[in-house]
Design a protein. Structure first.
Ligand code: URA
Length: 292
């Protein structure tokens, strides 16, 4: 009994770890039983035999049996030509993201464009939009990866443990978030379930919004926090350990080239304290560059 309880708790912990945060039904659905009830998959049938959905078994379903002669003649539709298929209404999400981003002419408009953009399922699982924080007029824009649990709960970037480390690091070179020291946002505005690493597709979908965000803020310098932000905006396949510690140009429409410093993500520094030495070197480089 105690053993069963421990096993169930371990299974539950694993599911939470993998991002399952909500029970949608009392019992797990038996997909194989559903497939048996529907019969062979429609696409496995020869062309022309595709049928509209219909009641599977009238007798078993409790409807009164009807004599064959009384039944209406079957109205089996003939094969549908491609021309009669319903039109595809939504253009591909990537194109819609780029168009929505380009139309935003202020930070408020951009925030609302991102909120309204329905091309990513992350919007459905997140609690709050995490747009940005700090002072957009500071001249320095930091860009991280994606919100975590605490950010999702409060709707503000970098407010969990890694955000607290980040605030201490930047304060040590005189840049305080709540005193106009910097502005901060993420590549993804929605939390990936279970804090998983964003996929390349998710990153690519939101890059147009991030580039528009930079164009509207017009920072003199950008800092890319971690590999996801660095690879996405520098369009590089190199790892963060190769990209960090150097200034790289980012081409931003309407703004030209903005210098971006790649550095280690504070969450990585929490796990790898020995890397703080490199992060400190990057901070000194940043301070030299912005005071030049
Ligand atoms: N990590 C990030 O990259 N962004 C946040 O907002 C929080 C943690």
């Amino acid at each position: 009994m105690e053993h069963d309880r421990a096993a169930l708790l371990a299974a539950l912990a694993l599911q939470l770890d993998w991002g399952a945060e909500e029970a949608l039904a009392e019992a797990p659905p038996d997909r194989r039983a559903e497939a048996r009830a529907v019969g062979p998959r429609a696409e496995a049938r020869p062309a022309g035999e595709r049928t509209e959905p219909h009641a599977v078994d009238e007798g078993a379903g409790g409807l009164a049996p009807v004599a064959a002669a009384e039944r209406p003649a079957p109205t089996r539709p003939g094969p549908r030509s491609v021309a009669t298929l319903p039109p595809i209404v939504a253009p591909p999400a990537a194109g819609r993201a780029a168009a929505a981003a380009a139309q935003a002419d202020s930070l408020d408009a951009l925030r609302e464009a991102i909120r309204a953009f329905d091309g990513s399922p992350l919007r459905e699982t997140a609690t709050n939009l995490v747009f940005a924080d700090g002072d957009p007029a500071s001249g320095l824009m930091l860009i991280g990866e994606a919100p975590g649990a605490e950010e999702d709960r409060l709707g503000r970037p970098f407010v969990g443990p890694s955000g607290q480390l980040l605030d201490r690091m930047f304060a040590s070179i005189g840049l305080k978030r709540d005193e106009g020291g910097f502005y901060i946002a993420n590549i993804l505005p929605w939390r990936p379930p279970g804090n998983r690493t964003p996929t390349d597709g998710e990153v690519a979908l939101f890059v147009p919004f991030v580039l528009r965000h930079i164009a509207l803020v017009r920072p003199r310098h950008v800092v890319l926090l971690g590999g996801t932000a660095a690879k996405a905006l520098l369009k590089s396949k190199e790892g963060i350990t190769r990209l960090r510690g150097k200034w790289h140009p980012i081409a931003v429409e309407g703004l030209g080239e903005v210098p971006a410093l790649a550095t280690l993500h504070p969450a990585y520094l929490l796990r790898t304290p020995a890397a703080k030495r490199d992060a400190w070197a990057d901070l000194l480089l940043l301070r030299r560059s912005i005071t030049e």
